[in-house]
Design a protein around this ligand. Structure first.
Ligand code: ADE
Length: 228
């Protein structure tokens, strides 16, 4: 999978992809993440990428030209499955969307900034608009990092044990059961006996029951979603 991220603040994306699982995915050639500075595509002599809103009011709007030029340059090289725009008014990101995006070969993520992008970009160039939650970030970069992380780890071969993605919270609309490691007794805080029993069938049942109980208690909306 190849992800091209378009941003006015590339520095913000220096860290998230250079560690742990995502770095391993890149090293193994399973994912490529390219960060592009939108300013590099501006035809303006001062490399301007924003302008005042026609409607007036506070805040700048990202202009069409640099973004269209950046997207066109990328599209000239390869086909893209999706051109995503990160914005608080997009579709709420979840595991189901991450699963479907993990099947993409090439995608572009445009990070919103300032008051957002000129609406015509959304109408003519963007194919999917994604929000990562009902709160407003200073820009779309962190959202792009969250989306990229969630989808890259789902690419087959990225996680060393592929079943570990299948058993993630949300994969079946259930939260994960609790996990424990050694020691079995820490100052009187004990691991549930069943986990020490060696009876794999009983342990699997227990885990499933725990997942259902936790989901009912913490996220009953997920159980409702799976009925729909
Ligand atoms: N940009 C600002 N806030 C955002 C959010 N919640 N999700 C995606 N992009 C954003």
């Amino acid at each position: 999978m190849r992800i091209d991220i378009l941003t006015v603040l590339p520095e913000l994306l220096n860290g998230p992809f250079d560690h742990s699982i995502i770095k391993r995915a890149k090293d193994k050639g399973l994912a490529e993440i390219h960060i592009h500075n939108i300013r590099d595509y501006s035809n303006d002599k001062h490399k301007k990428v924003d302008d005042y809103a026609f409607s007036g009011g506070a805040g700048m709007v990202m202009t069409i030209q640099p973004i269209e030029s950046a997207i066109n340059a990328l599209k000239a090289e390869r086909d893209y499955d999706a051109i995503i725009y990160t914005s608080p008014d997009g579709e709420l990101f979840n595991q189901k969307i991450a699963n479907s995006m993990s099947l993409y070969t090439n995608l572009i993520i445009l990070c919103g900034h300032y008051k957002g992008v000129d609406q015509r970009i959304r109408e003519h160039l963007i194919t999917q608009e994604i929000s990562i939650g009902d709160y407003v970030l200073t820009g779309g970069e962190l959202a792009a990092a969250v989306i990229s992380d969630a989808i890259v780890r789902l690419i087959p071969g990225v996680l060393s044990d592929e079943t570990s993605a299948l058993s993630d919270s949300f994969q079946d609309n259930l939260l994960s059961p609790p996990v424990y490691t050694r020691p079995a007794n820490y100052k009187g805080w004990k691991v549930p006996d069943i986990l020490l029993s060696g009876d794999t069938k009983k342990i699997e049942n227990w885990k499933h029951q725990q997942a259902i109980e936790r989901t009912q208690r913490l996220r009953p909306d997920l159980l409702k979603d799976s009925e729909d």
